[in-house]
Design a protein around this ligand. Sequence first.
Ligand SMILES: Cc1ncc(COP(=O)(O)O)c(C=O)c1O
Length: 374
Amino acid sequence: MSNSPYPILLTPGPLTTSARTKEAMLRDWGSWDADFNQITARLREQIVRIVHGEATHVCVPLQGSGTFSVEAAIGTIVPRDGHVLVPSNGAYCQRIARICKYLGRRHTVIDYTEDRQVLAADVDLALTADPSITHVALVHCETGAGVLNPLDEIAQVVARHGKGLIVDAMSSFGAIEIDARKTPFDAVIAASGKCLEGVPGMGFVILRRSTLEKCEGNCHSLALDLYDQWVYMEKTTQWRYTPPTHVVAALDEALRQYWEEGGLPSRGARYARNCKALISGLARIGLRAYLDPAIQAPIIVTFHAPADPGYDFKTFYNEVKKHGYLLYPGKLTTAETFRVGCIGHFGDAGIPGAVRAIEETLAAMGIRTQALPA
Ligand SMILES: Cc1ncc(COP(=O)(O)O)c(C=O)c1O
């Protein structure tokens, strides 16, 4: 049983936040007020610093969930006659293809199964075969199954072809290194309520300044036009339209704790410890991870559901919840699975506690499993 008064969220955002982050939302802020605008400026500066992009990139925050920022990035950066290559190994890659379709941006998909990594060699071949492609849109950690895609290798290929690169780093940003000094990209997209451990409600895009300067007039949407948001923010220090003030204040406090913890190396190491403890703990009770460990991101792990006919996810979920932990359904079309997140503010006891809760739940459901070989 967890000691927390609320269930611990073992989900890839929204996730469990600290008391300090929640408390930061207890006051109201005026959106025109200089004190609030200083917070916005501070956030933007710190987010660029996380990818070492101070010399080359700018951060443009945007209201809404992460998908709003993905759509904004594609709409703002890809000209209307552009052509986007979407290597796809899961649900969030498919969403990018769907966004391109909605926005009327020509796109080509390279299809992989959900248990495979995107390969830089395939991107190379596709760019060689079709010179009309102008941009590649890559998901860094494909949260659908939990695969980590080889961002740097792909970025080098894209740069060699002189094309643009848009990276959905929603579930990896702040925990898995992205270094703008070494890895060329035009846009990296993430959001407040993921590995920075803020609350959901705003996204942000880190854009190469020289690319963004040329994006005026590309976007099909006023509200999602990152060029317009950037120009307005630079001029006034304010958000163009009503900012999610409490979310911004919470992210500011979450970032303070991020640096106190030791920044990206420490955040990434904590999640990696969680991931390792989770996979070995559930293996001990007979639950097998879906992915090859070599391509598993330390963010969210997909497990095969027990083969027992008495298993159903809803009952399993509700019983584990009674022990104080929220799990996540599987998102695969090809196998019966469930997912467990490794990210969020819960102590080192969080994962062992969740493993115990799962073990007790399966026993109570009469589901027999056998420990997997170590
Ligand atoms: C890789 C990735 N892209 C995009 C999104 C979409 O974010 P949202 O649900 O906040 O719109 C998520 C959400 O978890 C994600 O993991």
